[in-house]
Write a protein that binds this ligand. Structure first.
Ligand SMILES: Cc1ncc(C[n+]2csc(CCOP(=O)(O)OP(=O)(O)O)c2C)c(N)n1
Length: 326
């Protein structure tokens, strides 16, 4: 049974992500946003189901398609919008853009545009967290998220082997939208039995094939318990999902020939934001919608009114010595 508070919280988080991204899509043509955007419209329930049970001190790592997890983990909305605008107040000083969001205070590791590269880095964090717990007695958990394309990289298999061998406190989450840019999965994989493949590394696996935000959240709650309280090792979660817009940019390309039209229909019917919206009473839903509108407007005003970085900022954070001196 899901409490009204839980339904309201999950609805608010998913709505914030979707409406924020749809706003980006609206203003993209104005050139206010200075970087390409990989939008997660349609995929929100994975980020929110995964991040909701995490503590602030737990860690999330993701790819260039990172807006949803950044917000779901509690990343700063103003600093995110300012980063997209290329402003000094952005979470990376306005120098990195949409694909490199970071908010260490809220447990969001820096994302990367290079497919697969964040997976071993997340495992490195998990190794550090495992050693830290021997001193503090409290086990923090790391979640590494990536797309189905990420599982085609060699470093993915190296990492899951290492994580399984050392029983690292890490949850691997594959957001399987069945697409790598324009190439569908059946043209890339000889078998879709991803969980079965990963299980051979002696890792527990779970598959959720309908994007149900409660199922994803409940699974993560159990997995966190297994890792944090029972000292269990890594777990792999595959979440089927749907990328509603084009790979990069604001366009709705669901009619393009590389897409399966049945998928579009099915995911429309099981949209989790619509589903949870219907579980709320009208006044609660309206109140949440108004709060989300106000939050997005405030972030946009903050970004628009912030200054661009100074010219000399071009030369900072280039070499490690520069950053470590500060
Ligand atoms: C190492 C590397 N190879 C290729 C690319 C080009 N590329 C960018 S996104 C992408 C598709 C990745 O698909 P997936 O991991 O499923 O993530 P999604 O975009 O669906 O979220 C590719 C091949 C890259 N950025 N890095």
């Amino acid at each position: 049974m899901h409490t009204p508070e839980l339904v309201a919280r999950l609805y608010k988080k998913m709505s914030l992500i979707r409406r924020f991204e749809l706003r980006l899509a609206d203003i993209y043509h104005t050139d206010a946003i200075k970087s390409p955007v990989h939008l997660s419209v349609g995929q929100e329930s994975v980020a929110v189901g995964v991040c909701d049970p995490l503590e602030k001190t737990d860690i999330i790592s993701n790819t260039y398609r990172c807006h949803a997890t950044y917000l779901a983990k509690g990343g700063d909305l103003h600093a995110m919008m300012a980063e997209l605008y290329g402003k000094q107040t952005g979470c990376a000083g306005g120098k990195a853009g949409s694909m490199h969001l970071v908010d260490i205070k809220n447990g969001v590791l820096g994302a990367s545009a290079v497919v697969g590269t964040t997976i071993p880095i997340a495992a490195g964090y998990a190794l550090a967290m495992q050693r830290e717990a021997k001193i503090t007695g409290y086990q923090r958990v790391v979640v590494s998220m990536f797309g189905d394309g990420g599982t085609e990289e060699g470093c993915f298999y190296e990492t899951i082997n290492f994580a399984a061998l050392h029983k690292l406190p890490i949850i691997f989450v594959c957001e399987n939208n069945r697409l790598a840019i324009h190439t569908p999965i059946e043209k890339r994989w000889a078998t879709e039995k991803l969980c079965e493949r990963i299980a051979t590394y002696d890792m527990k696996t779970h598959k959720i094939d309908d994007g149900d935000v409660f199922k994803i959240r409940d699974t993560i709650v159990r997995v966190i318990n297994h890792i944090r309280k029972e000292g269990g090792g890594p777990v792999f979660l595959e979440c089927a999902t749907y990328r509603a817009l084009e790979h990069v940019g604001p366009r709705d390309d669901h009619g393009d020939s590389y897409r399966d039209q049945d998928d579009y229909q099915r995911w429309q019917e099981q949209d989790q934001i619509i589903r949870l919206g219907k579980m709320l009473d009208d006044s609660t839903r309206r109140m949440i919608d108004d709060e989300v509108t106000a939050d997005i407007q405030a972030a946009e005003a903050f970004a628009a009114n912030s200054p661009y970085p100074e010219e000399e900022e071009l030369y900072t954070h280039v070499y490690a010595s520069e950053t470590t001196k500060k």
